[in-house]
Design a protein around this ligand. Sequence first.
Ligand code: KG4
Ligand code: ZN
Length: 339
Amino acid sequence: MRVLAIESSCDESAAAVLDRDRGLLAHELFSQIDLHRVYGGVVPELASRDHVRRLLPLIRSVLHSSGTDPRELLGVAYTAGPGLIGALLTGAALARSLAYAWGVPAVGIHHLEGHLLAPLLEPDPPPFPHVALLVSGGHTMLIEVRGIGLYEVLGETRDDAAGEAFDKTAKLLGLPYPGGPQLAQLAEGGKSGPFNFPRPMLDRPGLEFSFSGLKTAVLHAVRGRELSDAVKADVAYGVQEAIVETLAAKAVRALEQTGLDVLVVSGGVSANRFLRTRLAEAIRRRGGRLYFPRIEFCTDNAAMIAVAGLARLVSGPHDGLAIQARAQWPLETLRPLTA
Ligand code: KG4
Ligand code: ZN
């Protein structure tokens, strides 16, 4: 039982083949970072056009390298939202058309469900129920995950996402897009102390986040100053520390509130080493277990869409034939899987 999965919600084109018994057989990705860098962010129309160019060769390649005959597929899974609507439509139209031609079903997957289920690809997958900290470029959420499709959002950001906060402050420091990983690298040469940025909403009860004030604080700290490389590294350290400490404190608070002791962290920002270390310390102190996807499955990929797709295809019923994509899609409206 095999599924082909396609991801095209933003600036990564990706395809993967997952087998129920043998696991992940192939996964490939083309990142459009070089295409968008000169503009300092993702240009949606360019993203869509590039997905059109990249997806079919990626699909051919994963089918070939996994030795998969498409007519034997259990189905085709694709990211149906949330994301850039034009980019989503390229993957949705392609997935539906291929599935129709091959006589197999297609299933539209929620991108965030993909991120939430990415840790299931690891040899030691997290048990349900658990608390998930989902930190990506577009979302920052704490979610109680009782099973596949059983998601209760406990808290989310009121403004910028954690990844966005990384990217925007990185831009203020003159780092190229996407700034998150670059800022993290710069912070490695910095130290704690010189820049003590606000920990947004940490002093208030609840599980909401707010990161938009951070970029203003950074702007005030750097504006009109000629920054040496050492000072830049200290600013980067201060930003990373403020974001990570806020995330870690609220994640622990979510465990306390739900009485659960398993924390799963996923989404692009979960690739951040400092976040991984800080959370590991916090969970060690409190007692409990911590799970991450491997680094390459933290950021966008098709393997995670395949995991969600396989689960949904096995459980049926399948979507209709309409090509559907949704720029916005509340996570809590997904169909719970009982199987
Ligand atoms: O999950 P993802 O690939 O795409 C979305 O669904 O948004 O997340 C991308 C985000 C970007 O904001 C990027 O800067 C951030 O994840 N990111 C990181 C790191 N790697 C990726 N942020 C901090 N440290 C990293 N190592
Ligand atoms: Zn993502």
